[in-house]
Write a protein that binds this ligand. Structure first.
Ligand SMILES: [Zn+2]
Length: 239
């Protein structure tokens, strides 16, 4: 019984289209994941810079407290010095006051440095927040674009599936059951076109026996890869 190779060709084309559409449908969500990961990196950046700002601020507050305590102590020492009983005691207290004053000068410098750093980190936090906001907008944009693409691909896929079903219904009964079994696992690899010389899928040479069967429009499988063969369009047929 002769088979209609143009039907095989059409079904093969539709199976390839479906495969292509499925690949694109799989790629879509991955693009969203990439955008989400980029956004997550900005969240991380912001947390890092905020934590550093907090550490610097706490260190500044800590030193500020030490400074106040030491200033209070200096006042105490000054009061004691006013009621010193001897020159020696007066001198000792004066030395102590001077040492504390020097230490406080160093501490003040450190506090100023830290507050300066906090100011810089405020700017860094603001930058980081705006970067994160941009990344969030980007993720939203990507997700919206991908969703629209996915919707189109879904309806395209549905259309191809319908067309495929329609064409499959024209397959001769003896081929149909074998086809339906194979197509489940092989998809578009169910078919291979041939120019009568080699198999279009595995490039194995077509044996003369298979060539004659093809010319008689029989349903034949490639001996090597098992694909259902059909003659490629515009193949010069031997006269
Ligand atoms: Zn083959």
């Amino acid at each position: 019984m002769e088979v209609d190779y143009s039907l095989f060709r059409t079904i093969h084309r539709l199976l390839r289209q479906l495969k292509d559409l499925n690949e694109q449908l799989e790629k879509g969500p991955r693009q969203v994941t990439i955008a989400e990961r980029a956004e997550q990196a900005f969240v991380q950046d912001l947390e890092t810079v905020k934590a550093e700002r907090l550490r610097s601020k706490m260190a500044a507050d800590d030193k500020q407290l030490q400074l106040s305590e030491r200033e209070a102590r200096i006042e105490d020492l000054k009061a004691k010095r006013n009621s010193a009983g001897s020159n020696r005691e007066y001198q000792l207290l004066s030395d102590q006051i001077q040492a504390d004053q020097q230490a406080n000068a160093v501490l003040s410098d450190e506090i100023l440095e830290l507050l300066d750093k906090v100011d810089q980190l405020d700017v860094a936090v603001a930058d980081s927040e705006s970067n994160l906001e941009k990344a969030r907008q980007e993720t939203r944009k990507v997700a919206e674009r991908i969703q629209a693409e996915m919707d189109n691909l879904q309806s395209e896929s549905e259309r191809v599936r319908q067309e495929l079903k329609e064409n499959e219904s024209h397959l001769p009964a003896d081929i149909k059951s074998e086809y339906q079994r194979v197509v489940q696992t092989r998809g578009e690899e169910t078919f291979a076109e041939t120019d009568l010389n080699t198999c279009g899928r595995c490039f194995t040479l077509i044996a003369p026996q298979t060539q004659s069967e093809l010319l008689m429009k029989k349903s034949v499988l490639c001996k090597s890869c098992g694909s259902i063969l059909y003659i490629k369009e515009n193949t010069a047929l031997p006269s």
